[in-house]
Design a protein around this ligand. Structure first.
Ligand code: ADE
Ligand code: ZN
Ligand code: ZN
Length: 318
């Protein structure tokens, strides 16, 4: 879901000391490695001009195997920590929600979390990204057409593989008499997906993959718009979710916090993306950051408060 700054420099490393050499770079010819839904890294294996098929060939390949394999494994692993709202966004929303639970909801959540001692709503909030696979990847977003933010199930989510339907399914499990292990999994998904629902670009457009394909220069560093909204804007203020929770807990909540229907929230996020100026002129610096940071903050705040209201509404007993 993102090409973060960190991934950018990692992805431009070239193992050029190796023969044959492997070059890993964004947007060049070669095999596209899909690290997750946000990151495309192209890997091209370049034949050396004079390929040595003699005695050293095996050794060269061994070097390739050991060094470049480590690099490739690192490339695959690192982005997993940097997904969706990014961990800071998800953890902030989950921690804010935890503070707004009713005693009944808190008791039930504690009972589910007790299956994994030490876990909290914040600690489980990024599990869904770690577990992402081709089947579940589409549960994290929904695309609207460019000319409408009115949800149409037949058009926007015909097969139920989108974030709004995924949320509905988790709520059904939580309300049911399913085994606790299944309910804990539903809780992990729900906490994460309600977060994703508040990242405007998870409700963006298919043609640029929710801004993943909209390249930008943020303070002179290459990135893309999706990544900026997942984590960049958040981290310009703070990369510590405790700081965010303190900052946002004291802010008054807007009235629309009571809108908790996932479809209505999805439409609201779509309208943010459709606002003039949301797509920057490629260069992202002070003016864009100053204009949109308050919107991002409100989305985190609403995400936390609505997640609490959704959980309070579904976990009513004992
Ligand atoms: N992640 C991958 N594809 C996406 C899309 N089309 N919209 C939003 N997020 C995405
Ligand atoms: Zn994302
Ligand atoms: Zn996600």
């Amino acid at each position: 879901m993102q090409q973060s700054d960190q991934i950018y420099w990692l992805s431009t490393i070239e193992c050029w000391w190796l023969r044959p050499r492997i070059s890993i770079s964004p947007r060049r010819s070669g095999l596209i490695l899909r690290l997750n839904e946000q990151v495309d890294v192209r890997v091209s294996v370049v034949k050396p001009r004079m390929m040595n098929f003699g005695e050293n060939a095996g050794q060269n390949f061994r070097v390739f195997n050991s060094r470049c394999l480590v690099l490739l494994i690192a490339l695959f692993l690192i982005p997993l920590r940097l997904l969706a709202w990014g961990s800071v966004g998800h953890q902030t929303i989950a921690a804010l929600a935890e503070k707004q639970l009713t005693p009944k909801a808190q008791v039930q959540i504690n009972a589910l979390l007790a299956q994994e001692p030490g876990s909290t709503l914040a600690s489980i909030s990024t599990w869904a990204d770690e577990r992402k696979n081709p089947t579940t990847a589409r549960w994290h977003f929904l695309n609207f057409p460019r000319d409408s933010c009115s949800y149409d199930k037949a058009r926007d989510c015909p097969d139920g593989n989108c974030v709004t339907s995924a949320i509905d399914r988790q709520l059904e499990v939580l309300k049911s008499s399913a085994p606790d292990a299944q309910k804990l999994q539903a809780l992990k998904y729900l906490v994460h997906f309600v977060g994703d629902l508040h990242q405007p670009l998870h409700l963006g457009y298919l043609d640029d993959k929710g801004g993943n394909k909209y390249q930008i220069q943020a303070y002179k560093r290459g990135s893309n718009l999706h990544s900026l909204w997942d984590s960049g804007l958040i981290k310009y203020v703070s990369d510590d979710s405790d700081v965010w929770v303190t900052r946002l807990s004291s802010k008054p909540l807007p009235m629309r916090v009571n809108v908790i229907d996932p479809v209505r929230i999805a439409e609201e996020s779509c309208r943010i993306v459709a606002t003039p100026g949301f797509y920057p002129d490629r260069k992202v610096e002070g003016p864009y950051v100053d204009r949109w940071t308050p919107v991002m903050e409100q989305q985190l705040q609403l995400g936390g408060a609505r997640l609490a209201r959704i959980l309070n509404g579904v976990l009513l007993s004992p």
